[in-house]
Design a protein around this ligand. Structure first.
Ligand code: IPD
Length: 287
């Protein structure tokens, strides 16, 4: 489905806004992260702190985007959304990689995307500008529809990104697992079928960064079942603008059923192996 860009919208303006607010939210979650979070008395109290930081980061994004782009809609992982009138909706993940954030592993990000269409309906939306910012390493991945993908470290010069495209047996493959036990069992069975067919697997813990890693060639390919629009929106565009195909298992838009990203040849090869493995394991799970 092709969803047109609303008239008068310039993705270069949107990406500058995305990067700016993602940097601001990244500063908040790093500066205000309690230093002993990972060793908090109980894991449930630590998780509550993460939830509070997630909500604070999202509130900052909502407020700043309302100031900078008052006509646009807003949808995020946490509580609070806003309908807009411009045809653009901001889809944000205030902390992607929350478990890494909890443990102090520097692989988490703020993900901010401007999308067209309806992000609450699978396959009915697409990103047109996006930024994924890792506030610990200072990496900033940005992309605009038709304008390419870039990586900068802090305010340094940006480098244009290009995917690798290797044969599957030599491919370093990223993936991730959801939170639900039933889904994790399915994901484990699929992984067991795939592992002998690739160079190796990485589970880095942030889907947004995984997609950006495909874009910069530090992963060759990536797949995951169960992603939400906020996990994938900005990273999808970064990977696609670096030359990746980003689809579901049937070649359509990525959805929560499957997100598969890689250079054209490795994407095709992984898609075909995943198709076989999924047919063997069974496509259906409750969630
Ligand atoms: C999660 C991360 C993780 C992926 C999960 C996501 P969150 O997002 O992106 O890498 O495997 O599917 O839910 O919860 O940290 O925002």
């Amino acid at each position: 489905m092709t969803i047109p860009l609303p008239e008068g919208i310039d993705p270069r303006v949107l990406v500058a806004v995305a990067e700016q607010v993602a940097v601001e939210a990244g500063r908040l979650i790093v500066d205000e992260r309690p230093p002993d979070l990972g060793v908090a008395e109980t894991k449930s109290s630590a998780t509550d702190v993460v939830t509070v930081m997630d909500q604070r980061s999202q509130d900052l994004l909502l407020t700043r985007l309302a100031e900078l782009r008052p006509q646009d809609g807003f949808a995020g992982e946490e509580r609070g959304g806003r309908a807009g009138s411009s045809g653009i909706t901001w889809v944000v993940d205030p902390i992607d990689g929350t478990v890494n954030y909890l443990y102090g592993i520097p692989a988490y990000a703020v993900s901010v995307a401007a999308v067209v269409g309806d992000p609450s309906t699978a396959g009915a939306w697409r990103p047109v500008a996006g930024a994924v910012v890792n506030p610990v390493t200072g990496e900033r991945f940005t992309a605009t529809l038709g304008g390419g993908a870039r990586r900068a470290v802090r305010d340094g010069d940006a480098r244009t990104l290009r995917v690798t495209d290797t044969e599957l047996g030599l491919a370093l493959c990223g993936t991730g697992f959801g939170y639900d036990a039933e889904r994790r069992r399915w994901q484990g069975e699929v992984l067991a079928g795939l592992l002998p067919r690739v160079r190796d697997i990485r589970r880095l813990g942030s889907a947004a960064l995984d997609l950006c890693r495909v874009a910069d060639g530090s992963l060759d390919v990536y797949y995951e079942r169960g992603l939400n629009p906020w996990d994938m929106a900005a990273g999808w565009l970064v990977a696609a603008e670096a030359g990746a195909l980003v689809t579901d298992l049937d070649g359509g838009h990525p959805t929560d059923t499957m997100t598969l990203a890689g250079g054209p040849a490795v994407h095709r090869a992984l898609g075909s192996v995943l198709g076989e493995v999924v047919a063997h394991v069974g496509r259906e799970i409750d969630r």
